[in-house]
Design a protein around this ligand. Structure first.
Ligand code: SF4
Length: 343
C-alpha cells in the first residue's frame, strides 16, 4: 500500500482505532500509549520515533497508517515573535496556521477550509473561492504541528484562519471535541469566528456553550456590509436576534469583529450607527486594523480615525478593544493567509 493512501491516525481517532489494535492482536494499552504520543509529544512525527513500541508493531502501524495527514513544510518567524506554519495536505493543497506569543500564553489561529466561499473583499484567503473543507483529522494535525513548546495548558485557540467554520460544522465539531478531550484545551480558551451562519450559531450554542463566539460584522448597516461581504450568509436584521438568543442560552458575550477600513467604515457617522445598532446588547467590539493584502483595494484606517472611532464608542460605554496585529511581515495576519498553490 502506498503511504499517501493510508488513513492518518488523527483521521482514525473518530473511528474505532482502538479496535484495530485488538483485531491486530495487540494489547489495548498500546492504543492509549499511541494517544499519549499523539497528544502529549507534538514534536514526534513518525511511528519510528515511538520509543516504547516494539519494532514489529511500528512496522505494522507503518503498513496500515500514516502518522499525520499533512506535513510541516515551513515555519516563518516574524520579528514580533509570531510564527506562520505552512502545512502541505496529502492532495497538495496547503493550510496555514499562526502561533502568536501573548503574555504568559500563546494563541494558535487555525483554518477550517482550503480557501473560503464567503469572499470578503478585504480578505486574501477568500479571493479564489473554496477549494475544499478540512477534515477534523487535518485540523487536529494542524494544531499539533503548531503547538508551542509550552504545550496546550497555556494555549488559546482561535478558529479565525482560512474558511468559514460553520460551513464545515461536522468536522469542526469533531475537532473541537478532540481539543477538549485529547489536547486538554479548556472550552473557555477556544473562540470560533463566523461571518453569521445562523444554523451554525444555533448548533454551536447547544454543542459548545462554554466556548466563545466571534462574529465578523465589519459594517453598521446592511448596505455597507453587503459591499464588504457580498456573500454574507445572513442579514444584520436576522443576525442580531440570533445572537441575542445565543447570549440568552449561553450567557457568553459575543465579540463583534470590525475591520477598520480607511474612508469606508471608519467615520464618526459609522461609529454612531454602530452604537445605535448594538445599544442594549451585552457584547464586545473588537476593532481590527486592516492588514495589507497583495493587490488589495482597501487601506487601513488612519491612526487618528481609529482613535476617534474607539473614543466615540468608549465614551458611550461600549466594551471595545483594538486587536494587536501580529504576523503581518510573514503573511500571517488576519486576512492574509492564502498560499498560491491553492489557487
Ligand atoms: S474574512 Fe473570513 S469569511 Fe471572509 S473571506 Fe476571509 S476567511 Fe472567508
Amino acid at each position: 500500500m502506498e503511504e499517501a493512501s493510508l488513513p492518518s491516525i488523527s483521521e482514525e481517532l473518530f473511528k474505532p482505532l482502538e479496535n484495530w489494535f485488538i483485531e491486530a492482536g495487540e494489547k489495548p494499552y498500546r492504543f492509549r500509549q499511541l494517544m499519549d504520543w499523539y497528544f502529549k509529544r507534538p514534536e514526534v512525527r513518525s511511528f519510528d520515533e515511538l520509543a516504547n513500541f516494539p519494532k514489529a508493531l511500528k512496522e505494522k502501524l507503518n503498513e496500515n497508517f500514516a502518522f499525520l495527514s499533512l506535513s510541516l513544510e515551513d515555519v516563518n518567524s516574524a520579528p514580533d515573535g509570531s510564527k506562520k506554519q505552512t502545512l502541505i495536505l496529502r492532495d497538495g493543497f496547503v493550510t496555514e496556521t499562526v502561533t502568536m506569543p501573548m503574555e504568559g500564553y500563546s494563541t494558535v489561529c487555525l483554518s477550517t477550509q482550503v480557501g473560503c466561499p464567503v469572499g470578503c473583499r478585504f480578505c486574501f484567503s477568500g479571493r479564489h473561492g473554496l477549494k475544499r473543507n478540512l477534515t477534523a483529522g487535518e485540523m487536529a494535525d494542524s494544531l499539533r504541528c503548531s503547538l508551542p513548546a509550552s504545550g496546550a495548558e497555556s494555549l488559546n485557540l482561535v478558529i479565525m484562519g482560512m474558511g468559514e467554520p460553520f460551513y464545515n460544522y461536522e468536522a469542526l465539531k469533531a475537532f473541537l471535541n478532540i481539543c477538549k478531550g485529547g489536547f486538554g484545551i479548556g472550552s473557555r480558551r477556544v473562540t470560533v469566528s463566523t461571518v453569521g451562519v445562523l444554523p451554525g450559531i444555533e448548533r454551536f450554542a447547544q454543542d459548545f456553550p462554554q466556548m466563545n463566539l466571534a462574529v465578523s460584522l465589519h459594517a453598521p448597516n446592511e448596505e455597507l456590509r453587503r459591499k464588504l461581504i457580498p456573500r454574507a450568509p445572513s442579514e444584520i436584521k436576522e443576525l442580531l436576534p440570533s445572537l441575542k438568543k445565543y447570549f440568552a442560552a449561553t450567557k457568553r458575550l459575543v465579540t463583534f469583529e470590525y475591520a477598520m477600513i480607511r474612508d469606508v467604515n471608519d467615520s464618526v457617522m459609522e461609529a454612531k450607527e454602530l452604537c445605535e445598532l448594538l445599544r442594549g446588547f451585552d457584547c464586545k467590539v473588537n476593532l481590527i486594523p486592516l492588514n495589507d493584502v497583495p493587490g488589495g483595494e482597501f487601506k487601513p484606517s488612519a491612526k487618528e480615525s481609529l482613535e476617534r472611532f474607539v473614543n466615540y464608542l468608549r465614551e458611550r460605554d461600549m466594551n471595545v478593544t483594538v486587536r494587536r496585529s501580529l504576523g503581518g511581515t510573514v503573511g500571517g495576519a488576519c486576512g492574509q493567509l492564502a498560499d498560491k498553490r491553492n489557487n
